[in-house]
Design a protein around this ligand. Sequence first.
Ligand code: SF4
Length: 186
Amino acid sequence: MKLLMHVCCAPCFCAPLEQLRGEGVGVTGYFYNPNIHPLLEFRKRLKAVKTLHGAVKVDMIYSEDYGLTEFLRMAFDKPQPRCELCWGMRLNKTARVAKERGFDAFSTTLLISRRQDHDAIGRIGQEAAERHGVEFFYRDFRPLDDRSRAMAKERSLYRQQYCGCMFSEYDRYKDTTRELYRGEGE
Ligand code: SF4
């Protein structure tokens, strides 16, 4: 099977790639993540994927358009929950590219996350498959999460501290009783 795998970040790609390759699946990674803020964070995650790419010799396609304005407009304008829009944006683009380039199916490393709504990601992937006429390869990769993070650590790949958008960065650090930064000069 020729599979186009949406890659949200390097740490989430390590173990699924290893498992799928072990099964004889022909994996091509696809980086498309306009949800990562700010720009320097986006570049850190992109660089980590490129480092992994070079190390494990996987085929990759990169969509490096940052798309900040498009993402924010979508997040502010639409009544749908923000994360569902975010997953839909990335999975629909992946499905379209998979169809255009003749892949048998597409999938996503988002399916490894224990912190995101797994069932919603699966549903949105299936909807994208029907819209674009290409199969969605569903698998529950969550049991691989610890291994994938350990593999990333062994390779010294950048491991992010928050999901991606500025809203998630705020949620991660807003509790100032847990974070040491108290402001300049204090
Ligand atoms: S929290 Fe994560 S999944 Fe939700 S909108 Fe932000 S980047 Fe996307």
